[in-house]
Design a protein around this ligand. Structure first.
Ligand code: MLT
Length: 412
């Protein structure tokens, strides 16, 4: 009889967002009137129309595809030259950061990249991640067999959890045991916290000293407002030798449904073979791409390229202004309820400490039942998220204002 991957059986419950979806559906089925006024601030999914520059470029690309001369079949798995160049030039070289076009790998999403990257690492790495954490980092390691079973609290054996709390400003201290792979996400999902240059310098120094690799998820970098906060791990000297960076067009260009992202794997980044030899990771990631992926559609890549045009940039900036304006409204409304509020200043997520003694899921149920607003329970991101909930600022202005009013009417 064929054998299944029993690592999947270790996974706790469902993936967080489908689980929230199930609970919301059963609430709506039982309360059809309340369902009509439901406002979703749970999953961080954008709500505003795609920028015109991207739509125009995609229309043109479709028309090209309708001609014999302009038709595109399989493209380069790693992405078309035009997009790899636009990314390396605009996101990095124009800012004084060294990234070559062929270090850019265009994909269909950062969530996929964060999971797929494990293919090019061995199975004996000690893995460090923040708690609370974007659940994809944990679950993909469970699936790959890099962990033991989960304990009562939901933490998996074999992972090094680094608590991010109000006390450490939601940026953890360095691990006090050696680790080989380190997931960092800044601006952070779910807490909305940012890491300072000095903090990132400490992580890079740690990684260089321990020959560890940092997996740096910068999906929310476009939301940074504070000029002193780094947008890229490559702003830190030495990071090209120890870090992979993930970025996405989902949250800046509104591509959550269109699907386009990229990973940077520098040529200098080396890891040990089983025999102790040092080899670059770049050819492995390239090999993985060409074997398991056929690239993002030409049409989508033309849309992503257009986000770097003058009009595209202006349109992205106004989307981000809208969502960050929402974040400010939500922050203020929550603070007026007397709750302690974090994030939302350089990130589209507001991280709220609920009243003492109430669990995250209790808060989720109360907010859903009484205000008919969907938030994300903090404990869904890890043990250290217990007692918190996350509000996503991705919504229309009118909905966000209504959420603010409903929060103030709640009895906290
Ligand atoms: C979130 O809500 O945490 C994110 O939207 C999920 C994602 O980007 O995959």
């Amino acid at each position: 009889m064929a054998q299944l991957n029993s690592n999947y059986l270790k996974l706790k419950a469902g993936y967080l967002f489908p689980e929230i979806g199930r609970r919301v559906k059963s609430f709506c089925d039982a309360n059809p009137e309340a369902a009509k006024r439901l406002i979703r601030c749970g999953i961080g999914d954008v709500t505003e129309p795609l920028p015109l520059a991207a739509r125009d470029a995609m229309h043109r690309a479709i028309d090209e595809m309708g001609t014999r001369e302009g038709f595109h079949g399989y493209g380069p798995e790693q992405g078309y030259e035009f997009l790899r160049r636009a990314i390396a030039e605009n996101d990095y070289r124009a800012k004084g950061l060294e990234v070559a076009d062929d270090e850019v790998f265009v994909s269909d999403g950062s969530k996929c990249d964060c999971g797929n990257i494990l293919d090019i690492f061995g199975h004996d790495n000690r893995i460090a991640l923040m708690d609370p954490v974007y659940p994809v980092y944990v679950d993909t390691n469970v699936m790959a067999g890099h962990t033991g079973e989960a304990d009562e609290s939901g933490r998996y054996g074999g992972l090094v959890y680094l608590p991010c709390t109000g006390e450490n400003g939601f940026v953890s201290a360095l691990p006090d045991e050696p680790v080989d792979l380190i997931y960092l996400c800044y601006p952070n999902n779910p807490t909305g916290a940012t890491a300072t240059r000095a903090q990132l310098e400490r992580w890079v120094a740690y990684a260089l000293e321990h020959e560890a690799v940092i997996l740096f998820d910068a999906a929310y970098e476009a939301y940074i407002r504070d000029a002193s906060v780094p947008h890229s791990i490559y702003e830190i000297p030495g990071a090209r030798k120890c870090a992979i960076e993930f970025r996405s067009f989902s949250k800046n260009g509104g591509f959550t449904g269109t699907r386009c992202a990229f990973t940077i794997v520098p040529h200098e980044l080396l890891c040990h073979t089983d025999g102790g030899e040092k080899k670059p990771l770049h050819p492995l990631w390239n090999r993985r791409f060409s074997t398991k992926f056929n690239g993002v559609s030409y049409i989508t890549q033309r849309g992503a390229e257009a986000l770097y045009s003058a009009e595209g940039r202006a349109q992205v900036a106004s989307l981000i202004d809208l969502y960050m304006g929402n974040a400010a409204i939500l922050r203020e409304a929550v603070a007026e309820c007397g709750l302690s509020v974090h994030g939302g200043e350089n990130a589209p997520y507001i991280w709220v400490r609920g009243p003492q003694g109430r669990t995250s899921w209790e808060l989720f149920d109360a907010i859903l039942g009484e205000a008919n607003v969907v938030v994300t329970p903090g404990s869904g991101f890890g043990l250290a998220g217990e007692g918190y909930f996350r509000i996503s600022a991705f919504n229309s202005r009118a909905n966000v204002e209504e959420v603010g009013r409903r929060f103030q009417a709640l009895r906290w």
